[in-house]
Write a protein of this length. Structure first.
Length: 376
């Protein structure tokens, strides 16, 4: 609703440029637009961003401790308000208590796309009045898990079962990993809605330092990266390796590698439309933005523009069409004359006085010097 009001205000501003009376309305509307208030604050490990326009209040809280450095929020941000922080240094433990991402709250439009694509519940949102924006009416990533409900026992006395029941409505990848490991019936499994592959640049692995670095191992939220230990595994995988079955293709490993040795390619993504969909006009737009997670894939699909050229009949000459031209050669007498002239020029140019005359264009003095040479 506030977006509609905003557009209407700007429409009135454009119309009001036509006369002085409406110019007063312009000032009034500009004052209303200036009433958009933005602020940022720090509360413990949380970065708090707030936005206020008229009677609508929005608050976005980023939890530094939950972020896994995947950069999905950066990829989908429509205003480029999110940038990566020093991910390699944080993943290696060189820098502590620093955020994986940096949010420019002046650029942020508080569209709430970032919490929708977040894989570890990093963002907490508050919107007042509550009915102003209902996130349940917007598309989102499909859950990063699958449950075999025939095996599920929902034991409320079991800590893992209670955790599973608590986190099913969102994406909490760190909790999902714990549940997958400790589920009493092994009915819970991490399953990524994103299809892709991880490429490790084998020809550059000499630059990898898995003992001193371990950035990819430390940052991976599903523990899919590992360092081969046995001689057989080292021969098979190299210095580092990834378990494809556990990978969710979030890209945190690629962001963390200080030597740029890892590439995460994404081929497809599953998006979940809202359950109470009423053909809301924003659904397609949000779906397109979520698919920006596949940005590289989308760019790959774009065809290169080719300019057609008219086909011309190519005539290939036969050997008979070629004729060898005889290059005229200097006689021995001519060679001696040229050599004598060259020696004379070199002699003149070696004279500092002559070089100054050439620079100052003193032609007459140069001519006189040449005549002296002839007399000699």
């Amino acid at each position: 609703m506030e977006l509609v009001n905003f557009i209407n205000d700007w429409t009135l501003i454009i119309i009001s440029r036509s006369n002085d009376k409406e110019a007063k309305d312009l000032n009034a509307h500009e004052e209303q637009i200036d009433d958009i208030l933005k602020a940022s604050d720090v509360e413990g490990a949380n970065l708090v961003f707030s936005w206020k326009f008229k009677d609508v209040n929005k608050k976005l809280i980023y939890d530094l401790n939950k972020c896994v450095g995947c950069s999905f929020c950066k990829l989908v941000c429509p205003t480029d308000a999110i940038e990566l922080g020093p991910v390699p240094e944080i993943a290696q433990g060189i820098i502590e208590n620093a955020p994986y991402i940096i949010i420019d709250y002046d650029k942020c439009c508080y569209c709430m796309l970032c919490p929708v694509v977040c894989i570890n519940d990093v963002y907490e949102t508050t919107i007042k009045p509550e009915e102003q924006i209902i996130l349940a009416q917007y598309p989102k990533l499909k859950p990063f898990y699958e449950i075999d409900f025939e095996k599920c026992i929902k034991d409320t006395k079991n800590e893992i079962c209670n955790l599973c029941l608590k986190v099913r409505e969102g994406n909490f990848i760190k909790d999902f990993l714990k549940i997958q490991k400790e589920c009493p019936t092994k009915c819970f499994k991490i399953e990524s809605p994103i299809k892709g592959e991880v490429i490790i640049k084998q020809n550059m692995l000499h630059r990898c330092d898995p003992t001193g670095c371990k950035a990819c191992v430390n940052i991976c939220p599903t523990e899919s990266f590992f360092i081969p230990e046995t001689a057989e595994d080292v021969k098979k995988y190299g210095k580092i390796a990834v378990k494809d079955d556990d990978c969710i293709y979030c890209g945190a490993c690629q962001n963390s590698c200080p030597e740029d040795l890892i590439i995460v390619k994404r081929f497809d993504i599953e998006i979940e439309d809202p359950k109470d969909s009423e053909n809301f006009p924003w659904i397609q737009g949000w779906g397109r933005n979520i698919k920006r997670i596949l940005r590289e894939k989308l760019l790959d699909k774009k065809k290169q523009i080719t300019i057609p050229f008219p086909e011309e009949e190519q005539i290939i000459p036969s050997e008979e069409d070629y004729s060898l031209e005889k290059i005229p050669q200097l006689s021995e007498a001519d060679k001696k004359i040229f050599q004598k002239l060259n020696d004379r020029v070199q002699s003149l140019l070696s004279n500092q006085k002559i070089r100054y005359w050439i620079k100052d264009r003193k032609i007459e003095k140069i001519k006189q010097e040449l005549k002296k040479g002839k007399k000699k």
